[in-house]
Design a protein around this ligand. Structure first.
Ligand code: SF4
Length: 804
């Protein structure tokens, strides 16, 4: 594998972009013509940054703002419209951004590519990669699982590979690694802006990139070269002091923060870390923290570029990127002020919308869960909490690794405690699974003996894929669905059923070290910091505090050839592999446009209570196999939602009183041409950036979703698919609407015609009594989004533009 430099590895698409950029520079930006000695990636950033400084003058900027605003399509238009002349950008400006690249995982790439294909373009406008990671079931171990996964999913992998060849994308085959780890190792470079079709894409913020998790429809916008729109996020500053010690790890920082902020606390914010504590963290530790920023709903997270970042780039054989970053930071811009130099850190005096201070020296390990990542308990209180809450005291399994926590540092810290336990004659009492994040990390851990240590201890090394993290876990311990049991993982997310599809599995999150030590105890009440285990010869054994290496002593081993990336120029003669009889893949039919009037005659399909995550709306696990087949996957729509009126799960009642599952009733109504809506509570659509959670309801006939609040990505996804997300002005109005009520919109059509300006109400006609109620609702529809909704979907608009 070559050293990674975006310019050198991105192939034809990026070269094309650079040529266009050269032309633009010659045509209109002569003041930058002195910029010849920067690598192209930074030359582009430098030019845009100079424009940002011209527009905003000496305004102090955070790092996130510097990178984000330097990716605007039209800097002046985005930063000066509706912003009090650039003074109130955050939360107000509509940023139209041109990302540098797009990264897609196999489950979401299918729909993204099916949508891209509808635009009939010969190639993508920017570089992109496909990572086959989500579809491999974790069960017996890497070799068996990978073979089985390829056999089961070959149709999808063939489709993705053929699309990569046709459109000139990088293709990472099954077993090559999990998207975020692979991106960190290969594509992340300080100052880039990337979109990833996965909510944990912000992982790359650990290497000072702005990387945002989006749905496939957003990715398609970037892939066709259209600007991608984002409401300018606010910036939440997290100032770190002190240094982690003993059992505390970067994971504990984000587990603690999730507890402080909750799953909604970061909504509308970029989390930017600063302070002297940053310098004490490894690059991969920073990536873990950014990865799990998704658990607080943040748009993304970012760390400054530090010496550890440079060391990681070198360890991953990207010495050139280190030199480039140094050259760029020392490259003078227009004018003589310090601001003319782009530094990968916030300007001195930059203001944050909110600031949280955390002293790393005082941080203790945390365990979060079950069933939500923000239920955070310090380790010292966990035993008492388990007993008070009557959570299971037996620990069934400990699972470490994944895209979140499989770094060299994580694994060698775990190795240190496994070795100590081995020497004492101990074996894990709970099942112990290890998921390397990529072939590169796996091969390096094998080369350096770490994996062998885990296997000797009885650990099962799974393939370099998502597996149990995304419900693809075939348990071998006989724990059946419906059995209450406890597991600990070092993954990032723990909604119900997330790992094994069992709603009664209590899934807790912790650092890999804590997971492993507790797996040895087989108990959720064991505290490795204070408690001891008894060895086979009756002695007391106390785990030493873990210690590890930030990175390998020699650069990472790139692993087996078969897992290397396939990079290729676009081949127009390549036929994209979709069989007409396929049950896994289906070409898309465009959705019908919005009518030339307000909506009327909608019926409430179901009123949902409690959490309604994207997992609830479109479950993963066994359903992942239908990601490329909209009609087939729609049979899971809302199938774990709780009916607010009856308390039943996945039950809805037709107008004649007959009982159905929610997706069955939606399908019946689709066949009857009965448009519908869902009513829900807070943070509707939190969780993974799963555009199927928007596509499926739309396909089945949903026109609006009404709730108390939305998760950001999902709200955007709904609009892109032509579904109107509306929020109740008065939360109590939730109680006034019931299943079967008829709903008409008032003012919606005018609002859409006016580019998102105007108020909307719902006229609810109560089923049975015929009583009419007017309910005020809010919306966040921008001008572009109004266009998407009127056209029927963003794709309808994009494909029109592309064919024009
Ligand atoms: Fe895969 Fe889990 Fe990471 Fe998502 S969070 S990319 S499912 S390992």
């Amino acid at each position: 594998m070559r050293p990674i430099d975006l310019a050198s590895r991105s192939g034809v698409a990026l070269r094309r972009a650079f040529q266009a950029q050269q032309l633009r520079r010659v045509a209109g930006s002569r003041q930058y013509s002195n910029v010849t000695s920067l690598p192209p990636t930074y030359e582009k950033l430098h030019n845009k940054y100079s424009e940002v400084r011209r527009v905003l003058g000496a305004q102090r900027l955070t790092l996130a703002e510097k990178i984000l605003y330097s990716h605007l399509d039209n800097v002046e238009e985005s930063l000066l419209n509706n912003t009090n002349n650039g003074r109130d950008i955050r939360g107000k400006a509509n940023l139209k951004l041109k990302p540098d690249r797009v990264n897609m995982q196999d489950a979401s790439a299918q729909m993204a590519l099916l949508q891209f294909m509808s635009c009939n373009l010969p190639q993508t406008a920017i570089p992109a990669s496909i990572h086959c990671d989500h579809l491999i079931v974790g069960s017996k171990g890497a070799d068996d699982d990978l073979q089985a996964g390829i056999q089961t999913n070959h149709e999808v992998f063939d489709f993705l590979e053929s699309a990569a060849k046709k459109y000139g994308l990088d293709f990472w085959a099954p077993g090559a690694g999990i998207i975020h780890q692979t991106v960190l190792e290969n594509y992340a470079i300080p100052g880039l802006m990337m979109l990833g079709t996965d909510s944990h894409s912000p992982n790359a913020g650990g290497l000072s990139t702005i990387t945002i998790g989006v749905g496939g429809a957003d990715a398609v916008e970037a892939l066709v070269g259209a600007p991608w729109e984002l409401k300018a996020p606010k910036i939440l500053g997290v100032r770190l002091t002190g240094k982690l010690s003993n059992w505390a790890s970067p994971k504990d920082l984000i587990l603690h923060l999730a507890g402080l902020l909750t799953v909604r606390g970061g909504t509308g914010y970029i989390v930017e870390y600063s302070g002297p504590g940053v310098e004490t963290l490894s690059c991969t530790g920073m990536a873990t923290i950014c990865n799990m920023g998704a658990e607080i709903g943040a748009t993304t997270s970012i760390f400054p570029y530090t010496e550890a970042s440079a060391r990681y780039l070198e360890a991953t054989r990207r010495e050139q990127a280190v030199k480039n970053a140094a050259a760029f930071q020392n490259f003078p811009g227009a004018g003589a002020s310090e601001d003319a130099y782009f530094k990968f850190k916030a300007d001195e005096g930059a203001q944050y919308d909110e600031v949280i201070e955390i002293d790393l020296s005082k941080l203790e390990p945390h365990i979060n869960g079950p069933h939500t990542p923000d239920l955070s308990t310090p380790l010292s209180q966990f035993k008492t909490t388990v007993q008070e809450q009557k959570w299971p005291e037996k620990l069934s399994a400990g699972l470490i690794g994944s895209c979140t926590n499989s770094s060299y540092e994580d694994m060698t810290r775990v190795e240190s405690i496994v070795r100590a336990a081995e020497e004492a004659g101990l074996k894990p009492k709970a099942d112990f699974y290890v998921t390397p994040g990529s072939e590169q990390i796996r091969a390096t851990l094998e080369r350096d003996g770490t994996l062998q240590t885990f296997e000797k201890a009885g650990g099962i090394v799974l393939s370099n894929a998502c597996g149990p993290c995304i419900g693809q876990w075939k348990r071998q311990d006989g724990v059946e669905k419906g059995t209450v049991n406890a597991i600990l993982t070092s993954y990032n997310r723990n909604f119900r059923g997330r790992n094994d599809g069992n709603l009664d599995t209590m899934n807790f999150l912790a650092s890999p070290e804590i997971v492993t030590a507790m797996a040895y105890a087989g108990s959720t009440t064991f505290n490795p910091v204070t408690d001891s285990l008894t060895t086979p010869d009756g002695k007391e054994f106390k785990f030493p505090a873990p210690h590890g290496l930030e990175g390998p002593k020699t650069p990472f081993d790139i692993g087996k050839d078969v897992f290397k990336v396939a990079s290729q120029p676009p081949n127009p003669n390549e036929k994209v592999a979709i069989a007409p009889t396929s049950e896994r893949l289906a070409l898309l039919e465009p959705f019908e446009p919005f009518p030339n009037s307000d909506l009327s005659g909608l019926k409430v399909l179901v009123k949902v209570s409690g959490k309604c995550t994207t997992d609830t709306i479109s479950a993963a696990g066994p359903w992942l196999k239908y990601k490329g087949h909209l009609p087939n996957i729609s049979a899971n729509t809302l199938n774990t939602a709780v009916n607010a009126e009856t308390g039943e799960v996945n039950v809805a009642y037709d107008l004649d009183g007959s009982k159905h599952t929610i997706p069955e009733l939606a399908k019946l109504w689709k066949e009857r041409n009965q448009p519908w809506l869902v009513v829900a509570e807070h943070n509707y659509g939190e969780g993974s950036a799963r555009e199927h959670a928007a596509l499926q309801p739309r396909y089945l006939g949903a026109r609006i979703i009404v709730c108390k609040s939305f998760a950001r990505i999902h709200e955007t996804n709904l609009k892109k698919q032509g579904v109107v997300p509306l929020t109740l002005v008065n939360e109590q109005d939730y109680d006034k609407i019931a299943a079967g009520d008829e709903v008409a919109t008032v003012g919606l059509y005018d609002m859409l015609q006016n580019g998102g300006q105007g108020e909307v109400q719902l006229k609810v006609t109560k089923r049975g009594t015929g009583e009419e109620i007017l309910i005020p609702v809010k919306h966040q529809v921008s001008k572009d989004q109004a266009g998407f909704i009127l056209a029927g979907s963003a794709l309808n608009l994009l494909s029109k533009g592309a064919s024009a």
